[in-house]
Design a protein around this ligand. Structure first.
Ligand code: NAD
Ligand code: DAU
Length: 331
């Protein structure tokens, strides 16, 4: 099978490509990636020569049409993905996440190529901290940030193309990923690399916001399960029952890194900061047999800390640039 992986040089997409190289050796993979600040050229070095990397945008209609027409399936990870950036400048989020997905859908409509669209639980907005409810596939879409609004817009386009044109597509909405090769702008790698640099973790607000953590390999295994066993036209929520508030995650990181567990700072909150995400993934589990295999957050974080310790050259350049941008925001 010839698989086109958009955004395959970013965090989740590159973990997908590296994992599928091992798990699906019969696949031939092409990566379409604009190689923005979020992509690291070193990431796909282990598969250079084996996986073709096309530098270009999902919003480039001609390029996308050519690539979609010459592949059997598309796994669409490409996006602008960081909420804080979307608050500072929403424009690339609209272009990549909305227009880019539209271009892909039009190509899929012309060629009949199988599409899996990767989305996020953030399209459902947030839950109250004391609400026992979790998101399901029936939860109404209610995004809060420019990022999540563009992802929700893309999801709605996919659903409309499924219903109106009968394109062979599936959608998944996953909770917060962690693991190796995540950009240092994101919460967990920012704190790990900060502590390695002797800088105390920075918690937005009071640190009570809850995220539902999943290891990136569990996310990617679920994506393959949907691609291979999911029902075309359906949306699946992906989650590993990993709810934890940000303060608890920071305390755990500090403990694992041999620091006092109160050695963190509270910084001004993110505007519009979603309170809590929580996923009910029963539909995915029942229909595809998928189950998380890396559900132990303590072990997963210990392994992730080790990865960042051993790969300083991978993150060092991005770290300085990222912290300069955060400093301008007072965070
Ligand atoms: P990332 O920012 O690490 O990677 C995104 C990749 O997309 C980068 O390689 C970037 O260069 C590429 N890209 C950006 N604009 C592009 C364009 N116009 N054309 C082609 N490529 C472009 O993001 P990530 O965390 O790996 O997220 C991947 C996908 O998963 C996104 O769709 C995101 O919404 C979704 N998602 C992420 C999480 C999470 O916790 N990180 C959770 C659920 C869903
Ligand atoms: O839920 C899935 C989403 O998870 C994905 O769609 C997004 O692409 C991904 O970035 C992530 O969004 P979040 O906004 O939840 O992730 P982020 O890593 O930015 O922040 C996680 C939590 O940590 C959030 O409550 C904000 C907080 N935070 C973040 C940073 C960077 C801090 O307290 N301090 C920080 O320095």
């Amino acid at each position: 099978m010839k698989v086109l992986v958009t955004g395959g040089a970013g965090f989740i997409g590159s973990n997908f490509v590296l994992r599928m190289r091992e798990q699906r050796p019969d696949w031939s993979m092409t990566v379409l990636d604009a190689l923005t600040y979020a992509a690291n050229p070193a990431t796909l070095a282990p598969v250079a020569g084996d996986v073709e990397v096309v530098k270009g945008s999902v919003a480039d209609a001609d390029l996308v049409d050519d690539l979609v027409g010459s592949h059997d399936a598309v796994v669409h990870f490409a996006a602008e993905s960081h909420n804080d950036n979307s608050l500072s400048d929403p424009s690339p989020f609209v272009e990549t996440n909305v227009v880019g997905t539209f271009r892909l859908l039009e190509a899929v409509r012309r060629h009949g190529t199988r599409l899996h669209h990767v989305s996020t639980d953030e399209v459902y907005g947030d839950l109250a901290l004391d609400d026992p409810a979790r998101f399901t596939e029936r939860t109404p879409v209610n995004p809060s940030s420019p990022y999540s609004a563009t992802k929700a817009s893309a999801d709605l386009l996919v659903r409309a193309w499924i219903r109106s044109y009968g394109i062979p597509a599936t959608v998944s909405s996953c909770s917060n990923n962690y693991g190796p090769r995540q950009h240092v702008e994101k919460f967990i790698p920012r704190q790990i690399t900060g502590v390695l640099d002797g800088v105390r973790p920075k918690l937005y607000g009071t640190g009570t916001n809850v995220r539902d953590w999943i290891h990136v390999d569990d996310h990617n295994d679920a994506v393959v399960a949907i691609l291979e066993h999911g029902r075309v036209g359906e949306t699946y929520l992906i989650g590993a029952d990993g709810e934890a508030d940000n303060l608890s995650v920071v305390r755990l990181l500090l403990e694992l890194m041999g620091q006092p567990t109160n050695a963190y700072d509270l910084v001004p909150d993110r505007p519009g900061h979603d309170l809590r995400y929580a996923i009910d993934s029963s539909k995915l589990r029942a229909e595809t047999g998928w189950a998380p295999r890396f559900g132990d957050l303590r072990q997963g974080l210990a392994d992730t800390i080790e990865w960042y310790r051993e790969h300083e050259s991978w993150w060092r350049d991005a770290k300085a640039e990222t912290e300069r941008a955060y400093a301008l925001l007072g965070r």
